[in-house]
Design a protein around this ligand. Structure first.
Ligand SMILES: Cc1cc2nc3c(=O)[nH]c(=O)nc-3n(C[C@H](O)[C@H](O)[C@H](O)COP(=O)(O)OP(=O)(O)OC[C@H]3O[C@@H](n4cnc5c(N)ncnc54)[C@H](O)[C@@H]3O)c2cc1C
Length: 459
């Protein structure tokens, strides 16, 4: 199959590799603006593999991207504001920080509320729910499942051949790599690979039945997340929707440690993991032993140097999300940055694919810079962009993306060093208390204003 560069019906589709949060949100944004798009995804179907735990969405990135694609209302139905409650415990079981609220009988109560239909703070949403919402928002057949990208090559500076495992190759002038940490699109732009972060993890699940039968485990985790830290190890347990929980066991170990210490046969896995916490509070072993023996997964955490930048002579290709700037998950920023990338890339593409006179506003004037009235129905709304315009739009997008993401990459690394460093529980508890203090709030507001002004200035 070949996607031609132009056709009588208009420009050829933007080709996105990867149906993760960034690829899906970009496709949604482009379809809202009548730009044809196809996603090629490795998985066989939406339910092919578990999508992981809970994500917290931030106002100026993740929530903004959902708002701008008219998906915030539906996403709010799945958000759990109470999931923000954090609890920090040291290896001896001492609770150093706890945002849960307890009733007179010691039962957990939530003080997080929806206000005026808007969610406050940084609400949690299950990754599966977010992905399903995004998939359902797309036109039928936008996603081509079972298309695992093998390699990409530049046929010229404006045309790319995309080769799949077990599927015919395609060519496209517009290629976006949203294919995660080990992107196969990225080598077109630069050869740098992400570094191992020094942390490897195991993912475990606690069923809703176990949690309702074992109130002690629920009380350990609280309504949001438990961070049990010490000795270069971490147990991070977080509530997910439907009363179930996800448990991440993190270890500061060399990159090949998991290969050299493979998980034992099923039936012995939880016990094997639990022995790593000998000498810790019983809470550690109890949380691991309450998890399911089946479905334990292992993963290594990778990250890019925040100073990473690139330039290219190629015109219609770019990357976003983890493919561009993977960071460790310890600041909860990865998905937020990925969604912000998709929104900003979508805006950049709409500008080059849509002549100003034909732009349609999605937001009422004056919120949008676009004119409010739609063009006459007979006028094609989009045109193939001029190569120079596309080239400068994509390079400007990449510069802005990396400038924004690099601050969060630094923060994620600092947090990871704190989680696995000296006196981690005390350090995290102090950090959390500072974050909650009014002085810090004022500083954050000032920092956010400075960031906003810098971005405005740089653009
Ligand atoms: C353990 C863990 C916990 C995390 N917790 C948080 C958190 O709390 N908050 C937060 O903000 N972020 C968190 N993150 C990070 C977050 O999940 C990512 O930053 C985010 O998912 C990036 O989105 P993406 O669309 O760029 O890539 P991905 O989500 O990685 O999606 C990439 C897509 O591309 C597909 N793909 C990959 N290779 C190919 C190929 N060769 N061909 C075709 N398709 C391909 C994949 O199947 C996938 O669908 C966490 C990450 C980890 C590992």
């Amino acid at each position: 199959m070949s996607v031609s560069t132009t056709s009588a019906a208009g420009p050829s589709p933007v080709v996105i590799i990867g149906a993760g949060p960034s690829g899906l949100l970009l496709a949604r944004y482009l379809q809202l603006h009548h730009i044809p798009v196809k996603i090629y995804e490795r998985d066989r179907c939406p339910t092919y593999r578990p999508q992981g735990g809970s994500l917290d969405l931030h106002d100026d990135t993740g929530l903004k991207a959902l708002r701008e694609t008219e998906l915030l209302d539906i996403a709010q139905e799945y958000m759990r504001p109470e999931g923000e409650a954090q609890k920090v415990v040291d290896k001896d079981g001492k609770v150093l920080f706890d945002e849960n609220v307890y009733g007179e009988n010691g039962a957990l109560v939530t003080h997080f509320e929806k206000t005026n239909g808007e969610i406050r703070g940084r609400p949690e949403i299950d990754r599966t729910d977010l992905r399903n919402i995004l998939i359902a928002s797309l036109e039928p057949d936008t996603i081509q499942w079972s298309h695992a990208l093998k390699s990409c090559e530049a046929l010229s500076s404006t045309l790319y051949q995309v080769n799949f495992h077990s599927q015919p190759s395609i060519t496209t002038p517009y290629l976006v790599g949203a294919d995660g940490t080990f992107s196969h699109v990225r080598p077109l732009l630069h050869p740098t690979k992400p570094d191992y972060s020094s942390v490897s993890m195991y993912d475990l699940n606690i069923s809703s039945t176990t949690l309702s039968n074992q109130p002690k485990i629920q009380s350990y985790i609280g309504l949001g997340a438990l961070e049990l830290l010490g000795d270069g190890k971490a147990i991070l347990a977080q509530m997910n929707s439907g009363g179930k929980a996800k448990v991440y066991v993190g270890l500061k170990v060399p990159e090949r440690w998991q290969d050299e210490h493979p998980l034992p046969d099923e039936g012995k896995r939880r016990e094997w993991l639990a022995t790593m916490f000998d000498g810790w509070t019983d809470m550690a072993k109890e949380v691991i032993m309450a998890s399911d023996e089946e479905g334990i997964m292992q993963r290594r955490i990778y990250q890019y140097d925040p100073e990473l930048r690139w330039d290219t002579e190629l015109t219609g290709v770019t990357v976003m999300g983890d493919a561009a700037h993977v960071m460790s998950p310890f600041a909860g920023e990865g998905v937020n940055q990925a969604l912000a990338d998709a929104l900003e890339l979508g805006q950049a593409l709409v500008r080059v694919f849509t002549p100003p006179s034909r732009r349609v506003s999605l937001a009422p004037f004056p919120l949008s810079l676009f004119p409010i009235s739609p063009p006459p129905p007979s006028t094609p709304r989009i045109v193939a962009p001029k190569p120079e315009a596309l080239h400068s739009a994509l390079r400007a997008f990449e510069k802005g993306m990396m400038r924004r993401a690099s601050e969060e990459m630094r923060g994620s690394k600092e947090n990871m060093d704190m989680f696995f460093g000296e006196e981690p529980a005390q350090a995290l508890a102090t950090f959390m208390e500072n974050v909650m203090s009014p002085t810090f709030m004022v500083k954050m507001t000032l920092d956010a204003s400075v960031k906003w002004m810098k971005r405005l200035w740089n653009n």
